[in-house]
Design a protein around this ligand. Structure first.
Ligand SMILES: [Ca+2]
Length: 405
C-alpha cells in the first residue's frame, strides 16, 4: 500500500527540503546521468558515504513494469460496498480472529508498550499484507529509482529513495538483494515506506536488528510505535455506524466538522446497533457518509484520523476500523448489509467531466483529475445547495443527470 502521508522528524524534513529544492529534471537526462546526479546530491545533503551510494545505485536498471503500473491507475472507482466486500472476505476475517488468539502474548506486550489494541494491529497487518503473505518481491532501490526518474511524482520518490539508502546504510544486516517490497516501495509485513521505517521502526525483540520482513515482534512493535506517534488514543474507539435524522443539517457532515457526541445525539443521530455510548458523550466526533445520503453513515473519532494518517483514504480507514471490530466479534459482517452500499459510483472520466463542468459554471472544483478531493466536494455542495439537491457532496446519479453528464 502506497502511503503518501507520513510524519517526518524535523531533521528528516530539513534533509527532504534540501534534496527537493535541488531535485533533478528527471526525464530530460539519461538514467545513468540521473543516477550520477542523485549520488552527488544525496552525498552533499545527507550523511551517507559516497562510496556506499555508488555501490548501491550504479548498477541499478530501470524497471519498465513499474513505469507501466504507475501510469495505469484504474479507471473504475469502487463503491464502498465493493471495496469492503473485497477486503473483508470470510477467510481474512477468520484468519484475523485466529491470529488475534495465537499472537495474544505479543499483542498484549505491544499494547502495554504503545497503547494500541491488539485487534487494530491485526487489522492493519491483515489489510496491508494479508498477515505477511503478500509483502512484495520488487527490489526497493530499483522501484524507487525508477519512480523517481520517471518523474510523475519525482519529489516524493526521490525522498523515499534517500531514506531507503539510509536504511541499508544503518542496517547492515539488511542485504540489498533481500530488500524487497511493493512496486511503490512499501516494505515488509506492515508495508512501511522507507521514511516511516527510518522514523518509526523499532527493534522489538532486542536482538540488535530491525527486521520487518521476518520478525513479528519487530513488526508489531514498529506498527505500535508508529500508531502511537500518530497519536492513537487508547481510551477511544475509531467510530460507529449511525443513522441520521432527515432533519440533519448536511453542512455539518464531513471530517472538517466535529461536535461532542452528546450534541449529535441531541440533533437526532442514532446508533445502528442501538447502543448509545453515553460514556463518550464528551468525546468529539465527525460524521462521514462515503456514499452520500443514500449510503451508510459513520460517527468517527480522533483515531479515525490516525488511520487516515497511515493511509489518507476514508474507505481504507473504514476497512481497518470495521475489520478490527469483526476480529473481536463486536458484530458480524452480515450485520453490515454491504450489498446496500453498492450504488453506482461514477468512474474517473465522469468525475473529470463533472469537475470541468463545475469549473465552467464557476463552482471552482479544482483541476479535473478524476478524484473527488476537498475542493471538488465543496464545489458539489455549493452546486447542490443552489439547486435544491441534498447537499451531501457526493456525485450521485441525480447530480450527474442535473448537470447533463
Ligand atoms: Ca529485532
Amino acid at each position: 500500500m502506497l502511503v503518501l502521508h507520513h510524519f517526518f522528524s524535523l531533521r528528516s524534513c530539513l534533509i527532504i527540503l534540501m534534496i527537493a529544492s535541488t531535485s533533478v529534471t528527471a526525464n530530460k537526462i539519461t538514467f545513468a546521468q540521473w543516477k550520477e546526479n542523485t549520488i552527488q546530491k544525496f552525498h552533499q545533503h545527507g550523511d551517507i558515504p559516497k562510496q556506499f551510494l555508488k555501490e548501491k545505485l550504479t548498477a541499478i536498471t530501470l524497471d519498465p513494469e513499474i513505469i507501466r503500473l504507475d501510469n495505469n491507475q484504474p479507471e473504475a472507482i469502487f463503491s464502498l460496498g465493493e471495496y469492503l466486500s473485497q477486503r473483508l472476505n470470510k477467510k481474512r476475517i477468520n484468519q484475523g480472529k485466529k491470529y488475534f488468539k495465537t499472537h495474544q502474548k505479543l499483542l498484549q506486550k505491544t499494547q502495554e508498550s504503545y497503547g494500541i489494541p491488539p485487534q487494530i494491529i491485526i487489522s492493519f497487518w491483515s489489510l496491508e499484507t494479508n498477515h505477511g503473505n503478500y509483502i512484495g518481491n520488487k527490489n526497493i532501490l530499483r522501484s524507487l529509482s525508477t519512480l523517481a526518474y520517471d518523474g510523475r511524482r519525482e519529489k516524493l520518490f526521490t525522498e523515499q529513495l534517500y531514506f531507503a539508502l539510509k536504511i541499508l546504510h544503518q542496517n547492515p544486516h539488511i542485504k540489498h538483494q533481500s530488500f524487497l517490497g511493493s512496486w511503490a516501495g512499501a516494505m515488509g509485513h506492515p508495508q512501511f515506506m522507507p521514511s516511516t521505517f527510518i522514523n518509526y521502526a523499532v527493534d522489538g525483540n532486542k536482538d540488535g536488528k530491525i527486521d520487518l520482513w521476518n520478525n513479528l515482534n519487530d513488526v508489531f512493535f514498529s506498527m505500535g510505535n508508529y500508531l502511537n506517534k500518530l497519536t492513537w488514543n487508547e481510551s477511544q474507539i475509531w467510530g460507529k455506524q449511525v443513522i441520521l435524522p432527515s432533519t440533519l443539517d448536511w453542512r455539518k457532515i464531513g471530517l472538517e466538522w466535529t461536535l461532542p457526541v452528546a450534541e449529535w445525539v441531541k440533533q437526532g443521530v442514532e446508533f445502528s446497533d442501538g447502543i448509545t455510548p453515553s460514556n463518550r458523550f464528551q468525546h468529539k466526533a465527525s460524521i462521514v457518509t462515503p456514499m452520500g445520503h443514500n449510503g451508510p453513515a459513520f460517527m468517527v473519532f480522533d483515531n479515525f484520523h490516525v488511520i487516515m494518517r497511515w493511509n489518507n483514504s476514508i474507505k481504507y480507514a473504514l476497512s481497518v476500523g470495521i475489520l478490527s471490530d469483526l476480529i473481536i466479534n463486536r458484530y458480524s459482517i452480515s450485520d453490515l448489509s454491504l450489498r446496500d452500499w453498492n450504488q453506482n459510483h461514477p468512474n474517473r472520466t465522469q468525475i473529470r467531466k463533472l469537475q470541468t463542468k463545475l469549473n465552467l459554471l464557476n463552482y471552482e472544483a479544482g483541476k479535473p483529475d478524476g478524484i473527488i478531493g476537498k475542493q471538488t466536494r465543496k464545489a458539489i455542495i455549493r452546486y447542490q445547495l443552489e439547486h435544491n439537491l441534498i447537499p451531501d457532496g457526493y456525485p450521485n446519479t441525480d447530480l450527474l443527470a442535473h448537470l447533463k453528464i
